[in-house]
Design a binder for this molecule. Sequence first.
Ligand code: ATP
Ligand code: MG
Length: 446
Amino acid sequence: MAINIKRPNGTEDVIPKNVHKWHTIEKITRDIAESFGFGEIRVPTFENTDLFLRSVGETTDVVQKEMYTVMAKESKFTLRPEGTAGVIRAMLQNGLLNEALPQRVYYILSCFRHERPQAGRLREFHQFGVEMAGSQYPSADAEVIMLAKTILDRLGLNKIELHINSIGCPTCRANYHAALKNYFSVRKDELCDTCRDRLEKNPMRILDCKSPICQEIGKDAPLIIDYLCEECSDHFEKLKKYLSNFGIEYTVDPKIVRGLDYYTKTVFEFVTTEIGAQGTVCGGGRYDGLIEQLGGQHTPALGFGMGLERLLLLMEKQNCDYLTPKKCDIYFAVMGEAALEKAMQLSKSLREYGYYAEYDMMGRGLKSQMKYANKIGAVFSVVIGDNEIADGKAKVKHMESGEETLLDLDDRFTAVFEEIYFNRIMEALDDETKDSPLFSFTGEEQ
Ligand code: ATP
Ligand code: MG
């Protein structure tokens, strides 16, 4: 019986012909994060379950419904549902917070959540994220938001709105929780089971419930922004001023509470209506209590996560540019054993210079070798047969123009080929391509 194993629901494969889209996002996010002084951090895919219970929060949807947890021997592990907890754990464990502050890290990683799969909502998805630890000042909030905005702009995306809010600190939260409890208690019986429990433990979570009934009940709930203490309120005002100074447009959305428990003060989302219901492409905020909660010294910190699949959906929708995938630079069509061996030797040298060279490995006739070269979009081709071997020379053909150049099939081949290639590229580039911000990347890739 043939096996029929398919990939699990809510996961995706990326095949070579599409991977340049991912490379584009990875390259741009890395370059920009590094230009803001962030360094890459890599952490394990799974962590002790307790880490997420303590940080993400026991009353959140993520912890209550979405985590993939396995018992392995005596220990309980969870596939990371988000990046921040593991990254902060790693910063603590590696002593990064004892070094010069602020500490700034970024990461590109996969996250796992047991959700109902749909466009822009997967069970394994990918995030680019950053965390900055050490600064309590709103200049850091503005910096992190600026970083996200710079990435979205550089990807060529538009029609994305920035929504910001402040959810205060434990001081202002106490009064606010009391007000929320009052408000929701009246209609307690109509709340979903989870939210009835949340009413006692963490009433703010009700505002993030996805159930339509809870959402309806919460419509006129008191707003945290009306309960901010002076410090939180000043922080928020300064942030708004800095964003305006940067020329970043924003909307204050007093309804944002975010789905993770560790946030304090600033929270923000970049939202679009262009890719259906899952329109939040980036979410983040400040979490001044988290590091202490995880056993470190009190250290204010903040960060964000960007959903890469959602960014890709939006890039497709908006016809954004991608890095050009690498094409075959030169294809050797060979007839006979001596020709094949020559092609193998020349390819080795070309590859040492970074060229993508290829020769026939399928035992095809000359005609179908040339058909293949066309199909893979080879930029140049060479035919080598007994005559070429005897002469020690062969014609290198530029496939698009048909132009041919006679080259010696010896040590000089790669150097002369490089010259022909370079002249071709410079001729073919129009000014528009040279001006494109992606040009320097493609240039590097050659
Ligand atoms: P949502 O409200 O859409 O469920 P969230 O508040 O759960 O998002 P965060 O935990 O803040 O999301 O994660 C940061 C980003 O990761 C989101 O803004 C989104 O772009 C992306 N993301 C979250 N969950 C998924 C998922 N299941 N599939 C794809 N991307 C996701
Ligand atoms: Mg969610």
